[in-house]
Unconditional design. Structure first.
Length: 281
């Protein structure tokens, strides 16, 4: 007799293990599956997402922000914007949540071996990039990739996420971290200005390189212009789409864009792929 198919909407139970306060409205949640086999065996690609449920409040979609090279836990970096995210922000270590996933296509890292990687992120756009650069920078993977350039900015110094990890990126081999904030304060000795301006200044070479960018739409618009001015072809530029989702598995049609389901065909797309969609992306 064949086993009944597992209900794909049934989340696996997990517990919050640690909470990192990133900014006044963003927290990173480290979660561990309750089932030991799942905890040790859970794998994913950087760039994939999951559905996280807070019992009694609902379910929402989040990029996995930890790296697949880190085992035993997964992390999500979550901005408080509404019902589910506010409920999540109320939870602390030991609280039980549900997780479905991983879903979607991640960054096509295997096809980038030997290339230089340029990450351009703004605000809470960094989680889907952090999963990728942490995987690339993991000791077992570092030799497979060229130079890593991280260009990151936020509105103010208080809006920067993962500040506790910056020193590690500064020390990493063949890696440069460039930061900016729209407006600094008395504590800020770094650069002021928008991310696209910093990209123009850093001017990474497109030779044997790919660029990944995630951030607010206005930033993406100018970053894409900047990258193409630097000579990056559409096939060398990648981003992820965060269309509102419900099922995450290609069933409900909520994330449909011109015949594509972002949850299964994405969320990662090259600019060349996006330009084939008859919508304004
Ligand atoms: C593939 C994907 C990856 C994502 N990754 C992350 C992540 O890593 N971290 C993170 O903080 N958020 C992420 N999001 C957004 C996150 O799913 C929403 O913020 C969350 O669903 C809001 O749930 P809520 O119940 O708290 O808000 P609701 O009460 O449902 O809504 C509150 C407000 O937020 C708006 N909103 C909700 N979802 C979206 C959305 N997808 N895009 C724009 N506005 C929205 C609503 O219109 C409303 O104004 C991702 C979304 C997708 C589709
Ligand atoms: S979220 Fe249901 S089809 Fe994509």
């Amino acid at each position: 007799m064949t086993e009944p198919a597992r209900n794909p909407y049934l989340p696996a139970l997990a517990r919050i293990d640690q909470v990192f306060d990133e900014t006044y409205d963003i927290k990173t949640f480290r979660m561990v599956f309750e089932d030991e086999a799942l905890r040790e065996g859970f794998t994913y690609e950087s760039g994939q997402f999951a559905e996280v449920s807070v019992f009694g409040h609902g379910e929402a979609t989040f990029d996995i922000s930890s790296s697949p090279s880190q085992r035993g836990f997964i992390e999500f970096t979550i901005k408080k914007v509404g019902k589910v995210t506010t409920a999540l922000h109320e939870l602390g270590p030991g609280s039980q949540v549900g997780i479905r996933g991983p879903y979607g296509h991640g960054w096509p890292l295997a096809s980038w071996e030997g290339k230089d990687l340029v990450f351009v992120g703004g605000g809470v756009g960094l989680p889907p990039l952090r999963t990728c650069f942490n995987e690339v920078l993991a000791p077992e993977n570092r030799a497979r990739f060229g130079a890593v350039t991280i260009i990151y900015g936020a509105r103010s110094p208080q809006d920067l996420v993962y500040t506790r990890e910056f020193e590690q990126y500064r020390q990493a081999e063949r890696t440069v971290l460039h930061l900016t904030v729209d407006k600094g304060d008395e504590s800020w000795t770094g650069r002021e200005g928008f991310v696209p301006q910093l990209l123009d200044e850093v001017a990474p070479s497109p030779d044997n390189a790919v660029a990944l960018t995630v951030g607010p739409p206005i930033m993406i618009k100018f970053v894409l212009q900047g990258l193409s001015k630097l000579g990056f072809a559409d096939e060398q530029i990648f981003t992820n789409l965060e269309n509102r989702m419900k099922c995450g598995i290609g069933k409900c049609g909520r994330c449909n864009v011109a015949g594509k389901f972002v949850c299964v065909d994405g969320p990662v797309f090259s600019l060349a792929q996006l330009k084939q969609l008859p919508t304004d992306y």
